[in-house]
Design a binder for this molecule. Sequence first.
Ligand SMILES: *[C@@H]1O[C@H](CO)[C@@H](O)[C@H](O)[C@H]1NC(C)=O
Ligand SMILES: *[C@@H]1O[C@H](CO)[C@@H](O)[C@H](O)[C@H]1NC(C)=O
Ligand SMILES: *[C@@H]1O[C@H](CO)[C@@H](O)[C@H](O)[C@H]1NC(C)=O
Ligand SMILES: CC(=O)N[C@H]1CO[C@H](CO)[C@@H](O)[C@@H]1O
Length: 413
Amino acid sequence: MWSTMMASRVLLLLQLLLLTSLVSASHHWGGAMNFAYKGRNPDGTYKLSLRIRSTYDACYYYHYWYCYDGNCGSAKTRTTNQIDTSTNAPMYESQWCETETIETWNLPTDKPLKFRSASCCWISTRNSVSNWNFDSLVDFGARSDTRQPNKSPQTAIVPFLRVPQNCPRTYKLAAFDPDGDRVRCRYGNLQGYECDNCHLPSGFQLDQDSCTLHYQQTNYDYRVFGFEMVEQETSPNNNYFDNALMEVVDNHCTSDYYCTNQSMVVVVNDNNHCTQNYYCTNQSMVVVVNDNNHCTQNYYCTNQSMVVVQPLQFSFLVDPPVSSCQEGLFLPQLVAPTPADGSRIMAEVNKEVAIRVKAQAMYSTIQDIIFSGPSNVTKHRDINNDFVIRWTPVEDDLGDQYPICFAVESVSG
Ligand SMILES: *[C@@H]1O[C@H](CO)[C@@H](O)[C@H](O)[C@H]1NC(C)=O
Ligand SMILES: *[C@@H]1O[C@H](CO)[C@@H](O)[C@H](O)[C@H]1NC(C)=O
Ligand SMILES: *[C@@H]1O[C@H](CO)[C@@H](O)[C@H](O)[C@H]1NC(C)=O
Ligand SMILES: CC(=O)N[C@H]1CO[C@H](CO)[C@@H](O)[C@@H]1O
């Protein structure tokens, strides 16, 4: 068993090296990374699932993410699936293709981790974005309010957006946060980590609190804008103490978490005793360890909010003007039974969900639907020429939320 596992891991690494070297010669359109905590393994390690979205000009590339800060552990499995592809592209590109790579990581702790992915090159952009950089702060530690692992909102957008120059539009970027935390969307600002250009293109306005991007007005161009966005979730008033609440009951610490103030450490061992006679203070909160190595006070150690940072990158093309921006004339209009924007649909394991999408336009032809969603979501056209998005969740999807974004394209002339 061991040797088989070793062999397959070596194989994976080789494949990765090959792919990363290929990637530098190909062209990036956008991407995102989401994570979900999947419980403890029998050996006590924590299972984290990463879902990496990569959009390139071909279907066999994907972003290689690595962990660079924290108690990293390692990826145990990795599978890549094609999500959607289209030949509707700027004239200097023939295709885009989005894939999703699902990785399972085994981690020694539930403490925060930083992941990143970076390389060259974006497709030609009009806003001087050339290298691509993704940076992510992952925190699925226990929350002091729910005592459950932190859940983060799942980010998604269709990888390629296009709009006629004269048609202002609004795009909602964030999905619902399962813990009810505040989600803000900002433009990347850490050059070389979150972004290359780091400035919202002019002609756009970003409402950070509602996570909406407004296209206002700019001139068309044959090249796209490369968008380098970041979604940041902060749980206000959710103090956590190195990821966990440390509670003292009857002078015993109730869980085996430890508290660090950099140099100062309180370690709580298996017998619920504090093993070191240090105390950890900061902000207004104190844990005091008394002479008998018992924690004497029921305080948290640090007053730090949990923060999750997730990148979202996409390409945006501004097309020549159309004679009317009214939906249903040139631009497609979504009509019943298309679900409303923001609809939440319950899905069951092993039961197919079908989402019907109907669009109409008087002076243009409805051409295609493009979408982004979890692996195994498929798109179809039914006998009435309406679109159907289908998905059958599997056991591993249970308990999580998955955004599905779609856009209908029409062609005129
Ligand atoms: C705790 O942090 C605050 C700043 O956040 C600092 O002013 C204070 O001195 C610190 N307290 C201790 C005991 O380190
Ligand atoms: C935690 O810090 C925030 C701001 O940093 C403050 O508003 C809040 O009152 C603090 N909470 C506690 C319990 O000290
Ligand atoms: C995709 O579908 C296949 C076949 O039904 C299934 O084995 C696999 O687990 C699915 N993967 C995901 C990520 O849903
Ligand atoms: C991160 C942090 O709070 N560090 C503090 C730990 O305690 C020492 C000594 O009190 C401080 O100097 C650090 O700033």
